[in-house]
Design a protein around this ligand. Structure first.
Ligand code: XMP
Length: 319
């Protein structure tokens, strides 16, 4: 049986042999796969690797800073951080259809990634965090959301005209092996064990048309939810949890006054393969604490609900 250390050693040797003295670019999302790929390739070829991290304005609270702290500051990885919030939000203005939002976000991501990759003028390789289940999935010719996941997130089929060679060092690994080598490479535990996060980010967790006000409210509610899941020990028992912003207003009371504010829905599911999922039986005491904190601490929210739908027929994401 291979140990994480052996897998790393082997991969490092292979990457060096493949790449030689050439330059590599990688789209870093902050997710497990691209993060482990970045750390592994950096271990192999150091500054020959340049990562591009696109902040689309639809990330979780402080996520961009965390990615920069982990890779650029701690590990000395070259990361180009692109602040593209305004571009994404203006491209999304008035777009309410979920699949159209995915398309807008995915296309703009590719456009920006290409712009930035073009600046690394002598790059010959495009690295991706493709893992073994992705390979199987695309061989099976799945379409729709599942395919979309990889075409967006792993930058599948990216700049064809750039004639980049593909570097996929995780291609033969399963998720648990990827996590194990991530730990061995010294990535933060929280990053390695993070729940999956969709490529379109908060864009599909704000129902309907997206704007900055909604994204800011959702980010703050989601951060409280995650903080509470970590501190209560639920986080690692749950496969995926997140908050959803509902753009409807309901009436509440606060002190002597009447409020008329937005609703936050909380989702938490248990699943093995994400094809079917059950809602997580969160204890009432935890729900009560999370709800109180969100309503007290997040301006613009006066009601919190918990999603008790399983997949199928509901999907895990609300869009
Ligand atoms: P659903 O909502 O289809 O989600 O039950 C199953 C898993 O896929 C993730 N997901 C996405 N990931 N781009 C992604 O990268 C997407 O457009 C997308 N839509 C859903 C979802 O978070 C869950 O883990």
């Amino acid at each position: 049986r291979w140990t994480p250390g052996q897998i790393i050693e082997d991969a490092v040797a292979r990457i060096r042999a493949q790449v030689g003295a050439e330059r590599v670019i990688l789209g870093l999302s902050g997710g497990v796969d691209s993060s482990v790929a970045a750390a592994l390739i950096h271990r192999a070829i150091g500054d020959q690797l340049t990562c591009v991290f696109v902040d689309n304005g639809l990330l979780r609270l402080n996520e961009g800073d965390q990615v920069m702290a982990t890779f650029a500051e701690n590990k000395g990885v070259q990361v180009i951080r692109v602040d593209a919030e305004e571009r994404f939000l203006s491209a999304l203005a008035g777009v309410a259809d979920p699949e159209l939002k995915r398309k807008v976000i995915g296309n703009l991501f590719v456009e920006i990634f290409e712009e930035e990759a073009g600046k690394v003028s002598d790059a010959q390789w495009l690295a991706q965090g493709t893992i073994y289940p992705d390979v199987i999935e695309s061989a099976g010719g799945k379409t729709g959301k599942a395919h979309n996941i990889k075409s967006h997130h792993n930058v599948g089929g990216l700049p064809e005209h750039m004639k980049l060679k593909l570097l996929e060092p995780l291609r033969e690994l399963f998720k648990d092996e990827v996590r194990a080598i991530g730990e061995e490479l010294g990535l933060p535990h929280a990053m390695v064990w993070r729940h999956p996060f969709p490529g379109p980010g908060l864009g599909v967790r704000i129902l309907g048309a997206v704007n900055k006000e909604y994204a800011d409210i959702l980010r703050r509610a989601d951060a409280i939810y995650m903080e509470e899941l970590y501190s209560s020990g639920h986080y690692h028992k749950i496969s995926q949890a997140f908050a959803v912003f509902l753009p409807v207003k309901s009436v509440g009371v606060m002190g002597d006054g009447r409020t008329y504010e937005y609703v936050i829905a909380l989702r938490a599911v248990e699943t093995r393969d994400f094809m079917t999922a059950g809602w997580y039986p969160m204890p009432y005491a935890d729900l009560a604490r999370i709800s109180n904190r969100i309503i007290n601490e997040v301006k613009g929210v006066n009601r919190v609900v918990y999603d008790i739908s399983s997949k199928p027929p509901a999907t895990i994401e609300w869009e």
